[in-house]
Design a protein around this ligand. Structure first.
Ligand SMILES: Cc1cc2nc3c(=O)[nH]c(=O)nc-3n(C[C@H](O)[C@H](O)[C@H](O)COP(=O)(O)O)c2cc1C
Length: 240
């Protein structure tokens, strides 16, 4: 196994940081790695907002489920889908398509993961924050996001002050299909549920009794941010 693959396979989210800042040289390096991510039709439909103001960071933390690491991390970067830049450059551009939301979200995810891998390669750690979508209209107001700019996820980065276990992923047999889609193999799922139960029972912090099945049932028993379509349409997305 080469060093890149070893690094990727060692990933775990880091939610506790030493307080040491990330140097501007390191930040430039990981930003450059993020920027080199592939981009759909080379539209580069992403803007990142680096939140350096402590008060704004605190307000984002309140709007994103009070997750303390949002204010504690050395850096907090908000990833946004951005078609506003295109309209500034080409005012006649056709916008409002659901497809453009997908383009922005996919481009941003690729950039975000490039950034996290680059950070991890420098010994830093981080966690994505989807909870910035709990109150997207308030976040937009706070940060002055114009039409066609929407918050997708945040990324906390810092020097790790914890060493959590690696979280086991779905077995290949449940995730990889060949030529045609296959239904869930229940025997494999049962094994994975047991593996996840053992992982949650034995991990060093935040022990739980969940299997993967019980976890996804819990999450999917709730509505998923049902206000999202209205918000997206207000910001100029998903009109057609
Ligand atoms: C788009 C996205 C949003 C996420 N949002 C949050 C979040 O708001 N808070 C959090 O603690 N973790 C968040 N996570 C981290 C996941 O919980 C984590 O990646 C997952 O449980 C797997 O654990 P691992 O990254 O340690 O392997 C998010 C991950 C992704 C990809």
């Amino acid at each position: 196994m080469n060093e890149t693959i070893k690094l990727m396979r060692a990933h775990r989210s880091i939610r506790a940081y030493t307080g040491e800042p990330i140097s501007s040289e390191q930040l430039d390096i990981i930003l450059a790695a993020a920027q080199q991510a592939p981009s759909s039709s080379f539209l580069q439909a992403v803007s990142i907002i680096r939140i350096t103001d402590k008060q704004i960071r605190q307000q984002i933390m309140h709007l994103a489920a009070e997750q303390p690491y949002i204010s504690e991390a050395a850096e907090f970067l908000l990833y946004c889908a951005d078609f506003n830049r295109h309209v500034q450059i080409a005012p006649e551009a056709k916008t409002g398509f659901v497809e453009q939301l997908l383009i922005g979200a996919i481009d941003a995810a690729m950039m975000g993961q490039n950034m996290l891998v680059a950070a991890e390669s420098l010994g830093l750690g981080g966690v994505f924050i989807g909870a910035v979508r709990n109150h997207p209209a308030e976040i937009s107001k706070l940060l002055g996001l114009p039409e066609l700019v929407i918050p997708l996820f945040g990324l906390c980065l810092g020097h790790p002050a914890q060493d959590p276990q690696i979280k086991p992923r779905l077995p290949k047999a449940l995730m990889l299909h060949e030529n045609h889609y296959q239904p869930v193999n229940r025997a494999v799922l049962e094994q994975y549920d047991q593996e996840i139960q053992n992982y949650y029972a034995s991990r060093s912090s935040n022990n739980k009794e969940h299997s993967w099945t019980s976890q996804i049932k819990g999450i999917l028993s709730k509505e998923a941010r049902p206000f999202m379509l209205d918000y997206l349409q207000q910001q100029g997305y998903c009109k057609k």
